[in-house]
Design a protein around this ligand. Structure first.
Ligand SMILES: [Zn+2]
Length: 580
């Protein structure tokens, strides 16, 4: 069991080379930006072996210099199958790279896949090998890297490594690649501006300290889990943290580090099945909030939720300082009114609110989801050694659930390929899990609370799941995710955060951005069309062996040549020193 995933995160100093923490100069979120070469840094000239044909993309030099000035290291991650095909020599490529550095400035690492598709290597994008190797070479982890590229395989490689990704489309980028990307930017300079904006947004302008802070995140388990980094940022500067959550988020609240006390209360303006507003109940809530004795409140919300009704109650309860994200005019209800553009990952959205309130994550706390070590029990021994694949077919919202017959076919394909499959689900999903597990898995439906489910996911090689709470549990445990993601909400905002992930499903289905809880389209086409063989490929891309042997570290540093047993990548120094 990877108990280290549950600890206050010392992994960077423990697993990465001892000098790694010196490298954390870029900021809270990212150490490095890894760029695709052709079509991203320079114009795509197929199989170019001639330095004089190198043409930088517009604004590239200035954009890269902004990143360098901000303390971010730069790397290039590029497929050059022209080497394998004999279109140019390594020497010619070296001269091309020297020319690129002459025009665009130095890069701190060059990672080149010299193979073609037939080689079965672990480095050719969409495999994550180049991203992992670049991160290792820079003394950091993929989670602290952003990959910028122009096609879908750049984004797939980024996500499969656990890195962030920004797609800068060109005229040759396919529409479905644009739809599936976690983030897009119109140009390289715009991508750079967004990376720097995200980096700056989690750093307080004026750092503060606080006594008792009431933090709020209503709604379901996933919502509470993705708020974890923001709550830890508050907790780092507070004497005491009290979390107000709803009944559907109560179990997740108990797993979060930094929370001293939990107050459970359904909020009528958040709950999906709200009770009528009862003045007496509201009165009791105000008295309960007053009893917390908070010096400050930070109301975390999703982008479609309003913090203002609660802010009013907190004012009535006498809370002197209230911070929240609100596009709606707050009048005197908020002391810190924060605003966030859409599409920002939820954990970063929460971190940016904490920062606006004066609280940043300490430098030794990675901005990833995390659980309290003492709350996660061991997986049941009947499951055998770590490395099984968990399939979780249900969801808190049916629009985001995997169709049962597809889940069953996925279980069968995985089992036939030699994976040990475990099927999980909540108490109300026993019938569903029994049906799905009958295709070849162990049925644990209804037999786990959230903490027990976390224990099972902690030992999994991968989790196959829709956009629902357990996906965020996996992110917190460092377990790779095959995300069957219904596009009702943005993937970049709600996808598994900073954990190796493969996204499947039609990103451009008609349900896109509808925020529907129930699928608004007959036949649930966004997920019904997923090919179970693609799930098997995804599990392979994430490095899960079929033998049941423990896999390599999830988001630790794994050399490119550890993947898939294929030939190793080239780490090619550019013509003149590349700063390595
Ligand atoms: Zn390769």
């Amino acid at each position: 069991m990877r108990r280290d995933q549950l600890e206050p995160d010392r992994r960077r100093s423990a697993r990465v080379d001892p000098g790694a923490d010196r490298g954390r100069s870029g900021g809270v979120l990212f150490d490095a930006v890894l760029l695709d070469r052709d079509g991203t840094l320079v114009e795509d000239v197929p199989y170019n072996g001639e330095p004089e044909k190198v043409r930088p993309m517009p604004g590239a030099r200035e954009a890269l210099d902004r990143l360098r000035a901000a303390g971010l290291r730069l790397g290039v991650v590029t497929n050059q199958s022209g080497l394998a095909r004999g279109c140019f020599t390594a020497g010619q490529m070296g001269r091309v790279h020297a020319r690129i550095e002459e025009l665009l400035g130095p890069f701190d690492t060059w990672q080149v896949c010299p193979h073609d598709d037939g080689a079965g290597c672990g480095c050719r994008k969409p495999a994550p090998g180049l991203v992992r190797a670049a991160a290792a070479d820079l003394g950091t982890t993929p989670g602290r890297c952003v990959v910028v590229g122009d096609i879908g395989r750049d984004m797939t490689a980024a996500l499969a490594a656990g890195a962030s990704g920004v797609l800068v489309p060109t005229p040759v980028t396919r529409a479905e690649e644009v739809a599936a990307a976690p983030h897009t930017a119109p140009t390289l300079p715009a991508a750079v501006a967004e990376i720097l904006r995200r980096q700056a947004a989690v750093v307080p302008a004026v750092p503060g300290t606080a006594g008792t802070v009431l933090v709020v995140r209503s709604d379901s388990a996933g919502d509470v889990l993705v708020t974890g980094p923001g709550i830890r940022a508050v907790a780092a500067h507070a004497r005491r943290v009290v979390l107000l959550c709803g009944p559907r988020g109560r179990a997740a609240a108990g797993l979060l580090p930094g929370v001293d006390e939990v107050v459970e209360w359904p909020l009528e303006w958040i709950d999906p099945n709200p009770a009528p507003v009862d003045p007496q109940r509201i009165g009791r809530l105000v008295r309960r909030l007053a009893a917390v004795g908070a010096d400050e409140a930070v109301i975390f919300t999703s982008f479609h939720q309003s913090p203002l009704p609660l802010a009013l109650l907190l004012r009535l309860a006498g809370v002197p300082r209230i911070a929240a994200i609100s596009d709606d005019y707050p009048g005197s209800l908020l002391d810190v009114r924060h605003r966030v553009p859409s599409g920002v990952p939820e954990p970063e959205r929460a971190l940016s609110l904490a920062a606006a309130a004066g609280h940043a994550l300490p430098t030794d706390d990675e901005p990833r989801l995390r659980l309290r070590r003492d709350t996660v029990p061991a997986a049941p021994s009947q499951l055998g050694p770590p490395g099984y694949v968990v399939v979780h077919p249900g969801s808190s919202a049916s629009a985001r659930a995997c169709p049962p017959e597809l889940a069953a076919r996925i279980v069968r394909v995985l089992a036939d390929a030699g994976h040990r499959v475990v099927v999980t689900g909540g108490p109300g999903e026993r019938e569903l899990t029994a049906r799905v597990a009958a295709a070849g898995g162990t049925d644990l439906g209804g037999r786990t609370g959230l903490a027990e489910l976390a224990g099972i996911i902690a030992d999994a090689g991968a989790l196959v799941v829709g956009n629902t709470g357990p996906a965020h549990l996996a992110a917190a445990l460092g377990t790779p995710v095959v995300s069957l993601f219904a596009p009702t909400v943005p993937f970049g905002q709600w996808g598994p955060y900073r954990v190796p992930t493969v996204r499947l499903g039609d990103a451009d289905a008609p349900c896109r951005d509808t925020r529907s809880a129930g699928c608004p389209v007959a036949g649930h086409p966004c997920l019904a069309g997923v090919d179970p063989a693609a799930v098997l490929d995804a599990v392979r891309l994430l490095g899960v062996p079929t033998s049941g042997a423990a896999r390599a570290g999830a988001d630790g540093v794994v050399g490119a040549d550890d993947m898939g047993g294929g030939p190793p990548a080239l780490a090619v120094p550019a013509g003149r020193g590349s700063g390595r």
